[in-house]
Design a protein around this ligand. Sequence first.
Ligand SMILES: [Zn+2]
Length: 185
Amino acid sequence: MLFDVAAAGSLLLCVAVIVLWVLGRSANHEIGRMTPRAFDEIGVSSGELFAITYRELEGDVSVAAPAAPWQWQIGPAVDFGKLTALVIPDVPPPVAGFYFGRIVVRGGKTTMIFLPMALVVALLAVMPVVATTRRLRRHRGARRRAAGRCPSCGYDLRATPGRCPECGQTVRAAAAPASPLGIRP
Ligand SMILES: [Zn+2]
């Protein structure tokens, strides 16, 4: 039950991410917060999920944490190859959409992490797919059991209740006898 709820949440998130993925093909959608000495950005653009942070390390560090509220922003699509080459020239550009780069320069620390959106969508889809498969299998098993068939392979068990001669599955007796109308799959 808890798994089903988590799977439903994952499915919603997956759909939202797919929408962002499509929108992010031609634009940059991100939430960010920014102060003069620091910023955080998480967004989707050009097929990438990206997170970028910057912290000033010198001077009055007490004001370095962004106190500004998170804001939704839309801008032009980002060329991540160009961006990383410009900001973190020592680290090679993204490979297949994966990237981790960090640089400390002129008293400021910049960190960039990218993941391919295809991977994010696939990860979010795992739980919904498993939950749906389990549900369908349970449903099919119950339907077969009600029809006097083996819940795992569908073999007719009216002559041999208790154990399936086809696949060896032990079958507990159905709570109710098979429908006289004979429900067929
Ligand atoms: Zn069977």
